[in-house]
Design a protein around this ligand. Structure first.
Ligand code: NAP
Length: 522
């Protein structure tokens, strides 16, 4: 893909390039920056930023290269943004490094006040931020508004948490000594984020990092830079000083390598695919950086015979179809006990059939497009593999008549753990139902994966809730609930779903170093 993009430098494609766009999700060029009609609906036009942010200054890429940002629902060009690389990243790192001293020396309460102001500005501009999210990412406007509230909640939480970075005094082993533990910010943080939550994933990192005194270089996904830039503009307005929060856009591997190679960057925090996460983890070894990774999932959703069927259908629907199935915690395998299988499959499919698909800006739409053609092709491949191995299509199973990157909300019956649809992260609106007999079998199927992010179970039995949630090898477990993420609880995976936690009182530890101080001869 990188080669194709380079080959397209400077080429101008006609506006009716739909099919080509689908094959090549983003094209590079050196075109003049322009914005679309829909984007002009922003209430505050100043939030449409189309340059990177380095040291508090909005800048183009040094060689003038740009990359298009497009609406996945329509193919409409939203903006051209800089396609940056090594040099810009190095300057952003220098800027973060030189700001670290002054930012980390501010009192925790002062940092907290500025974060609180950022939180207030994010909420004050929630409509504009949600519009940007829907336009560049595709999720329905109501969900986008939910993401703004979700992202802002992390800034608010860590604005408060800044004041609670408590240290310890350890009982001494020698009378003439006093032993202290202090916690200090790790330093410059490189934060790389995905497209599926363009604001939420940045807020989960920038909130705790800034709260404890770190500074950041953020690299958002090439698909969703506009939300990140608008949020950064609001951070500046809130008094987060120039250089504390830098945003670079463009060549992912070049930016990633510059962050990894720098000895000034002391921490890498990443949300995205497991494959890229592994590369970043390996690349961090050379300079021995602190690393936290929020990677892909393969969530089991277990519906037991004793479940309340309405609660199970509602919870599974939410866990599966939010963001058209494009979340790391989406139910990827729906395990249904044999006694309730037919009843659940019928009720669930009836609910799925009602999901309205379309452009996320339209009233009533609850399922937007997938992010690009590659995502649709992946879904097609998984569905084909499942049917070739004996699964049946209960509902959907093909591209939506709207075309573009729309796929029909789909239910597949009689799936099993050998099918790719159960082994890979689907990241699309496909629900695969697996039949099981016993609790032990369900746990065994659920744990038979390298992923370990979220799991769900539906049962009315308290003993079973305890037994199963303890046996599941996952970082998050939802019991009779399909949407469980909140700023006050730790979010993160085990096995190959990642390292570390975001949110909650534990989330700030990822950005702190522990220092032991010994007072002797007292
Ligand atoms: P991705 O392809 O791994 O990309 C994530 C970010 O990494 C993007 O900014 C991407 O840049 C960048 N990147 C790609 N190659 C890189 C490299 N060699 N060096 C440095 N950065 C690089 O993932 P995605 O498709 O955007 O996101 C979907 C994945 O994220 C899914 O697997 C999902 O499960 C996971 N996710 C996990 C969580 C969680 O909390 N565990 C939350 C949300 C999503 P470009 O986009 O510019 O290429």
């Amino acid at each position: 893909m990188a080669l194709l993009r380079v080959a397209l430098t400077g080429c101008h494609l006609p506006s009716t390039y739909c099919r080509l766009r689908l094959l090549l999700p983003r094209q590079m060029g050196t075109t003049t920056r322009q914005s679309s009609d829909t984007i002009s609906r922003l209430r505050e036009s100043g939030l449409l930023k189309t340059q990177g942010l380095i040291g508090g200054k909005w800048v183009d890429s040094y060689d003038g290269k740009t990359i298009k940002v497009e609406n996945p629902a329509t193919g409409e060009l939203l903006a051209n943004v800089p396609f940056m690389g090594k040099k810009e990243t190095e300057d952003a790192i220098s800027s973060a490094y030189s700001t670290f001293n002054s930012w980390s020396k501010l009192s925790a309460s002062e940092r907290g006040k500025r974060l609180r102001k950022w939180y207030e500005l994010l909420l004050a501009h929630k409509d504009d931020l949600a519009l940007l999210i829907t336009l560049e990412q595709g999720k329905p406007l109501k969900e986008a508004l939910g993401e703004v509230a979700y992202g802002a909640s992390f800034i608010e939480f860590f604005a408060e948490e800044a004041k609670r970075v408590y240290c310890d005094i350890i009982p001494t082993t020698q009378n003439d000594r006093r032993l202290l533990v202090i916690k200090q910010p790790v330093g410059v943080v490189g934060a790389i984020t995905p497209w599926n939550f363009p604001l939420g994933m940045i807020a989960r990192k920038a909130g705790p990092a800034l709260a404890c005194g770190c500074t950041l270089v953020v690299k958002p996904s090439e698909y969703t830079p506009l939300t990140a830039l608008a949020a950064a503009e609001l951070a500046l307005q809130a008094g987060i000083p120039p250089g504390a929060l830098n945003v670079v856009l463009g060549n992912a591997s070049e930016i990633g390598d510059a962050l990894l190679e720098s000895t000034q960057v002391r921490k890498i925090t990443f949300t995205g695919s497991t494959a890229v996460g592994k590369k970043l983890m390996a690349g961090s070894a050379n300079t021995v950086k602190k690393v936290s990774l929020e990677l892909g999932g393969n969530a089991p959703c277990i519906v037991f015979d004793d479940a309340d069927i309405d609660v199970a259908v509602k919870g599974t629907l939410a866990a599966k179809f939010r963001n058209s199935g494009q979340t790391c915690v989406c139910a990827n395998r729906i395990l249904v006990q044999e006694g309730i299988y037919d009843k659940f499959a019928k009720a669930f499919s009836e609910s799925v059939q009602k999901l309205q698909v379309g452009n996320g800006l339209e009233e009533g739409v609850v399922q937007g497009p997938l992010i690009n053609e590659t995502a649709v092709e992946k879904v097609e491949r998984l569905v084909k593999d499942a049917t070739s191995k004996g699964a049946n299509i209960v509902l959907g199973g093909k591209r939506h008549s709207l075309g573009m990157t729309f796929y029909e909300p789909t239910v597949i019956g009689n799936a099993n753990n050998e099918m790719l649809v159960c082994r890979e992260e689907i990241f699309g609106p496909v629900a695969s139902l697996l039949r099981f007999k016993t609790e032990e079998e369900a746990i065994s199927i659920a744990n038979d994966t390298n992923a370990g992010l979220a799991a769900y179970l539906f049962t009315q039995s308290i003993p079973r809730s305890w037994r199963v949630s303890e046996a599941l090898e996952y970082g998050l477990v939802g019991i009779n609930e399909g949407l469980i993420s909140t700023e006050v609880a730790p979010f993160g995976g085990v096995k190959q779903s990642g390292l570390g936690r975001e949110g909650s009182k534990y989330g700030i530890d990822e950005y702190l170093e522990i220092k032991y101080v010994c007072f002797g001869n007292i």
